[in-house]
Write a protein that binds this ligand. Structure first.
Ligand code: MG
Length: 410
């Protein structure tokens, strides 16, 4: 199973996606997701210029060796661009091995540890009536866990509120923060207004929907440690499944202070890309859920390593799964999530119809649970004719400023 061809395919059906396709001398092909939201072409260049030439002629069965070779031989380690590129190669090799073995990837990872993966969707609204409608719509779609994001009185445009998000192609995602255009969209932010408002929203949601529904919330790295502690404490009566990205994730020690003050479970890590980013917070049990995506954390091989380390401390998976994780990256997450013992929950936002036409998928969605399906490999096919209809379009995530003009964490 020698790699004869390695193609980097860029397509933008509802948003930009970068996919690596490896083809072997025995005619099999494997897919890997290399999408890095807002910085897609950096990964394309890394793959095309520096990785593809090294892959040709290699034995596709040697997944671990290829991972170590790409990671160590570059000398320059870690970082989102490098790790997304390595992730794409790793996923494509697992896809190939599954096809060669005639088995779905989760079987190669040890087989299923459960019958399906609990998934949560993104409910949001500028005010309570809009938010309640969004939660009801998610429940009707079968979701059994919901992330709740809300507008804040006095702020015009906030990340995570579907009603704020318009898509030029006219395709409505529930939440798609990256907007097409040459420059990022600017939003505003006021932490004190947010901290005053959010607990009342969760009180209202619990009042309307009762105590059982798992509720999640994302603070998107915007708080200082003491503000995060304050928020976690004020949300305790509403029994959150987790509070996500309460503080900027680079400072692992910040979580120690947050932890000392609140029993609200903490999730972090969607912008991490290696096990070393988690070293302290896992060892000191400062978090409850690992947010990394397969796509941004060096693939199935490396994220499995992170999650096995986390399992020693009863820390579970909560893999990142917004729409910028392509259907290939989502399939990899589902195979890994089905196999590991310490699965927690999977973020799941439905892709648009154009994306589903480009990437034909085999996963199932039933009673709020996902299953990757039983086709050999990852179970995703890429229709290159469809993909060719949608060339890359520049798009950026927004950013925000405080009232005095200061750029704030996003
Ligand atoms: Mg998040």
């Amino acid at each position: 199973m020698i790699i004869e061809q390695a193609e980097v395919i860029v397509t933008s059906p509802d948003r930009n996606f970068v996919t690596l396709r490896l083809t072997t001398d025995d005619g099999l092909s494997g897919l890997g997701d290399a999408t890095l939201n807002g910085r897609e072409l950096a990964v394309v260049a890394y793959l095309r210029e520096h990785v593809v030439p090294l892959l040709l002629g290699r034995d596709a069965h040697r997944i671990e060796d290829t991972w170590q070779f790409l990671y160590r031989s570059a000398y320059w380690r870690r970082g989102p661009v490098t790790m997304a590129a390595i992730a794409a190669v790793d996923m494509a090799l697992w896809d190939l091995k599954g096809k060669a073995a005639g088995m779905p990837v989760y079987q190669l990872l040890g087989g299923a540890s459960r019958t399906g993966l609990l998934a949560y969707g993104h409910a949001s609204g500028r005010d309570l009536p809009e938010l309640f409608d969004s939660i009801r719509a998610h429940l009707e779609q079968g979701y059994r866990a919901v992330r709740v994001q809300t507008g804040v009185p006095g702020l015009k445009s906030i990340y995570g509120i579907a009603s704020n998000a318009t898509h030029q192609a006219g395709v409505r995602y529930d939440h798609e923060p990256a907007q097409r255009g040459a420059r990022p969209h600017e939003e505003d932010w006021d932490t004190r207004a947010y901290l005053r408002h959010v607990p009342s929203v969760f009180e209202a949601v619990r009042g309307e929907f009762g105590p059982e529904l798992p509720l999640l919330h994302d603070a998107h790295h915007r708080l200082t440690p003491i503000q995060a502690a304050q928020l976690g404490k004020s949300l305790e009566p509403y029994d959150l499944f987790w509070l996500e990205d309460a503080t900027p994730a680079e400072n692992q020690e910040a979580l120690r202070l947050v932890r000392q003050h609140t029993t609200t479970p903490l999730a972090i890590g969607e912008i991490f890309n290696t096990v070393w980013d988690y070293q302290q917070i896992i060892r000191e049990q400062l978090i409850d859920y690992v947010r990394s995506a397969v796509t941004h954390t060096g693939g199935i091989t490396h994220l499995r390593r992170v999650l096995d380390y986390a399992a020693q401390y009863q820390i579970k998976s909560g893999m990142h799964g917004p729409t910028d994780i392509s259907p290939v990256g989502m399939a990899a997450a589902l195979h890994l999530g089905l196999a590991i013992h310490n699965f927690g929950i999977q973020e799941y936002m439905k892709h648009g119809t154009r994306t589903d036409a480009v990437f034909q998928q085999s996963f199932t969605w039933k009673d709020g649970h996902l299953h990757p399906g039983d086709r050999p490999g990852l179970g995703v096919d890429l229709d290159t004719d469809e993909a060719g209809k949608y060339p890359y379009e520049q798009a950026y995530l927004p950013y925000n400023r405080l009232a005095d003009g200061t750029v704030h964490d996003w």
